[in-house]
Design a protein around this ligand. Structure first.
Ligand code: SF4
Length: 431
């Protein structure tokens, strides 16, 4: 399937007294960090006196916002993910959101996560109504109007025919392709607004740490090239006409870096061609995946060298968690503090050597950790760095879910001020 050139897509409009429709609107073609609402890629919009709904190229709802006075803020909106979750993007009053997460908009999730920020927008009646009942509202809008061009009428019929049950089934089909839902995305997926296509190249992880809430029971096992090809074929069919809006890839599951170098490179190169990223409406393709301490230490140098030549900007996120022996013991992570330090040093060397590869890392955060945790972490992110560096983000990941805490947030700001590497909070988000 060849993707159309965006300039060949017809920009058709229809409007009357209480309805306006615009097909194939072109949003921003680059993921950007900006303090006003921005939509990406190509989408179509339906607007009434009370609401704005936006749809992807498969006629599936993508964004929603109410125009009524009960909507919390006209600068905020709902986005539906390919996993069929609604995410509420809030400004957080813009105060501190960018400093905390590196983005101007705060993703508020429908499920419990480790976020320290934000309120409870899904408890707002208008947000709850729109996220739960959007299809009922859409189905109640008479869209078969005299004078409506046939192409727009056809589009209107299609958007009304995509029911929540259809979207749920499609999310299920997505999870089935790789063998299960992506339960956690790397923090670096924020650079593509979490619009990443998941391709599993290895199941499971090495450590099965006691503290971890996203692990599964699978032993670490790389997939075969044939399985990667199968997934890509099925993904191409599933994303169909909306593939034009994607150019970012997530290699799953929890430790893709531990897969053989040739498999990682094969997956990235083949996906770029098979998913037509070169023809995406979005510019600057991105690749992200997770890695473990042992995977960093064992990785062949040629892997980073070759990743640097791919048509992607690559982010590899390493779960270091702590460089303090007492903390590693307490959280049940079976690696030594020495190995964590060695892995950290190698990551900095990769960051200095390869322009298009960034290695980022996660450390845990909690009120009840041994005091050595913060000291050991600051020794790496401050004392071991002679200068402030713009590359090699350090993400702090609160251990507790569903417990926003002002004290922990205050601690974060204090650590961030002292860090010589960029430091942000990691909000655990699924696909
Ligand atoms: S933190 Fe990473 S390595 Fe440890 S159990 Fe979770 S997924 Fe596995």
């Amino acid at each position: 399937m060849d993707l159309p050139d965006p300039k060949d897509l017809p920009r058709l409009n229809y409007s009357d007294n209480d309805l306006s429709i615009e097909l194939n609107c072109l949003g921003s073609r680059e993921y950007t960090k900006i303090s006003y609402p921005v939509k990406y890629g190509i989408f179509s919009r339906l607007e009434t006196r009370d609401l704005i709904l936006e749809f992807n190229q498969n006629h599936e709802i993508r964004h929603a916002r109410s125009k009524t006075r009960s909507w919390p803020d006209p600068q905020e909106w709902l986005k539906r993910t390919t996993g069929n979750d609604w995410v509420y993007y809030s400004t957080g009053g813009y105060a501190g959101v960018f400093e905390s997460i590196g983005e101007y908009y705060l993703p508020n999730l429908m499920y419990t996560t480790n976020s320290l920020l934000g309120g409870k927008p899904f408890n707002e009646p208008e947000v709850a109504r729109l996220s739960l009942d959007w299809h009922h509202t859409l189905a109640g809008i008479p869209l078969n109007r005299a004078g409506m061009p046939p192409h727009i009428r056809d589009w209107a019929e299609k958007i009304q025919s995509r029911t929540p049950a259809d979207l749920d089934a499609k999310a299920g089909a997505l999870f089935k392709i790789s063998g299960g839902r992506t339960t956690v995305l790397p923090p670096d997926a924020r650079h593509s607004d979490y619009d990443v296509i998941p391709l599993t190249i290895a199941d499971g992880c090495l450590y099965k740490c006691k503290f971890c809430k996203v692990k599964n029971k699978k032993q670490f096992t790389p997939r075969t090239r044939a399985d990667i090809d199968r997934q890509l074929n099925e993904l191409k069919t599933l994303y169909a006409d909306d593939l034009i809006n994607y150019n970012s890839l997530f290699l799953g599951e929890h430790d893709a870096l531990n897969a053989p170098a040739d498999l990682i490179l094969y997956a990235a190169r083949t996906a770029h061609g098979a998913l037509n990223f070169g023809k995406s409406v979005m510019k600057h393709p991105r690749l992200c995946f997770f890695g473990s301490v042992d995977a960093v230490l064992n990785a062949e140098e040629r892997l980073f060298k070759e990743l640097d030549t791919l048509p992607f900007n690559t982010c590899i996120n390493i779960g270091l968690e702590s460089a303090d022996p007492a903390t590693l013991e307490k959280i049940g992570k079976p690696v030594t503090a020495e190995k964590v330090t060695q892995a950290f040093d190698r990551m900095q060397a990769v960051n200095k050597t390869y322009h298009r590869v960034e290695m980022t890392c996660n450390f845990i955060m909690d009120e009840d950790l041994p005091p050595g945790h913060t000291t050991a972490m600051m020794a790496l992110v401050r004392d071991r760095q002679r200068f402030t560096r713009p590359k090699g983000c350090v993400y702090l990941s609160p251990l507790r879910f569903g417990r926003p805490s002002r004290e922990v947030l205050f601690d974060f700001y204090s650590l961030k001020t002292r860090s010589r590497l960029p430091m942000f909070l990691y909000i655990i988000q699924r696909l």
